[in-house]
Ligand binder design. Structure first.
Ligand SMILES: [Zn+2]
Length: 288
């Protein structure tokens, strides 16, 4: 038997726990449970698919700058309006706004986009795995932020973060699967995922979209023009998922339930039925 080798292995395995040991251990709040880290091979594939600006790793409650993609060019960066310090500050805003214990699914953050006046996008989210929705990336538009009017840019950015986060929390692995094209009975096929029959999205869809779908599908723009009061914003009328995320954003921002009785008010108040959404709202509002 090679005892020496066993002892060395045991010592190598214990130092962190050994040195951090203290008499206060029993009273310390347990660390939040961590997600399995994204497979490096998957991350490589992801880098090829999304060579997007500044990349940050958010796994395990840490904000770590990973890299700026070589292929990345950006008008704001070229004009020295946005540099690594600005990127760090913007990324920090995201982790300060959305506490780790409710954003464990969010593995990576990208800061990207280049056109002035927010012409390209404000943000998007994407499930990282092809077979489940356990890990996500969130991308935020630099251009939409830096070229926006200074008086509204902070609120816009925070609103975008909340909106994008609603997409993740409404389509994570508890809420949706990725059997697209082969969804189960009473599930909702978004083309990206199958929302489970008992998901919040199916509930929202059944409440607000099932009856309007035919008319909306015929001409969504005409539908919006004729029913503007049914939506919190024009963008909310894009589809049920955007309607959900936009209504959630207003639900977080507003101090109290809507007292009006329009469909838009009902959509904002929809979230008050559920502890899940109420607790997310409160956790975010503590940081507003
Ligand atoms: Zn959206």
């Amino acid at each position: 038997m090679n005892h020496k080798k066993n002892i060395i292995i045991a010592l190598l395995a214990m130092p962190l726990g050994f040195f951090s040991c203290s008499k206060d251990d029993e009273t310390t709040t347990p660390e939040p449970e961590t997600l399995v880290v994204v497979d490096p091979k998957l991350e490589q594939a992801l880098d090829q698919q999304f060579p997007l600006g500044f990349k940050y790793n958010l796994q395990n409650n840490e904000l770590t700058f990973v890299k700026v993609f070589d292929s990345y060019t950006n008008e704001a960066v070229e004009r020295d309006l946005f540099d690594r310090n600005d990127a760090d500050a913007m990324a920090q805003k995201f982790v300060d706004l959305i506490p780790y214990n409710i954003r464990k699914e969010t593995a990576f953050l990208y800061l990207t986009g280049s056109r002035p006046n927010g012409g390209n996008f404000e943000g998007f989210v994407e499930s990282i795995n092809t077979n489940d929705n356990t890990h996500w990336l969130v991308a935020l538009g630099i251009g939409s932020y830096i070229f926006a009017d200074e008086s509204t840019r902070e609120e816009n950015l925070i609103g975008t973060m909340i909106h994008e986060f609603a997409h993740i929390k409404s389509a994570n692995s508890e809420q949706a699967s990725r059997n697209v094209g082969n969804c189960g009975q009473n599930e909702l096929d978004s083309g990206q995922e199958c929302f489970k029959s008992d998901s919040y999205m199916v509930n929202f869809y059944n409440t607000f979209w099932e009856d309007i779908l035919e008319e909306w599908t015929e001409d969504s723009e005409a539908y919006y023009n004729a029913h503007q009061e049914d939506f919190v914003t024009g963008y909310a009328s894009s589809n049920y998922s955007e309607d959900f995320a936009e209504s959630f954003r207003v639900f977080v921002f507003e101090d109290a339930m809507s007292t009006g009785n329009t469909k838009a008010d009902q959509k904002v108040n929809f979230f008050y039925q559920f502890d899940y959404w109420k607790s997310i709202r409160l956790a975010i509002r503590e940081n507003l």
